[in-house]
Design a protein around this ligand. Sequence first.
Ligand code: SF4
Ligand code: SF4
Length: 326
Amino acid sequence: MKTITPDRLDQFFSSLEPVWELRLPILLPDGTRVIGSLNDGPLALHGGAVSGKPTAAFFPQQSTLFTVTDGAMQEPPPADRPLFIVGFPPRDLACLRFIDRFFADGWRDDLYFRLRQRATVAGLSGYCGPGGSLISPAGGDCDLEFFWDRSNWLVTAYSETGRKIIAGLPETATPEAAELFLQVPAEFPDKNETLIRHASELLRTNRVPESFWAEIGDRCIACTGCNLACPTCTCFGVQDWRSAKKTERSRMWDSCQLDGFMREAGGHNPLGSEAERTRRRIHHKLAADPQKWGEISCFLCGRCDAVCPTGIGIIAVARELVARFR
Ligand code: SF4
Ligand code: SF4
């Protein structure tokens, strides 16, 4: 295990930039923490999960599939440097592990893996949660992990690339610091885990009446914030952009809360009401995905509850479901 003192952190990351395309939590002028580059704002590793979809590094809001110019087709050029992305707390790493499975299933998604396979991912844990709260270490699911022990960052590598990145850092100064990291359980108990499991059971056993979804759907204003923020939302649409000489085909995030999400060319819409679309958003994560993938695809990152302007993020809906039908 290695150590890095807070005053050396900027220098450490800057030293990686000639080799790596670096993305890490930074602070925007409006106070928002997002994943960005050191040119976008000061480093901001403290504060827990960043705003926005962290998995956008591998599944961007818009990706060019190819362009056709004067009849000749071209794929986007490969990136010139590998990506080193820092800032995934364990719940975000669990989301990433889930979408890795999703994009590898059946037709392997080459656009996703082109970005994913060039990436080295660093987790973030320790007493760097909101207000200095403890984030338990992931203990894996990433190449290396930064753990804040309230004085220094303890850095552990889980892959060969991770070991190379931190090779120049000093070994952890005190055995007590290393012990601290090892003693924190590599799990993240949360009362919402029981809640979400109970809500999942209610949905899987069909114990939620349609009237409930009419009530919840009435509160949705279709702003799409929940889908745009969710690290495990993977739906997209395909769009062609045309000019006289050039056509560009892109794929872009879609939202299951929008009227056009499943509308067919003939006009029929299997999800024709906000009630059906809201039911689908929650049911998909808590009932359909456990059936297909063997696990609930919500890892309780909290983003949809934080962004929903009308209070119907997944945890809020699960709470209501359990209170009324269990
Ligand atoms: S809490 Fe919301 S945003 Fe986070 S994984 Fe679950 S559904 Fe997605
Ligand atoms: S964030 Fe809330 S209001 Fe906006 S689309 Fe999602 S559920 Fe609807």
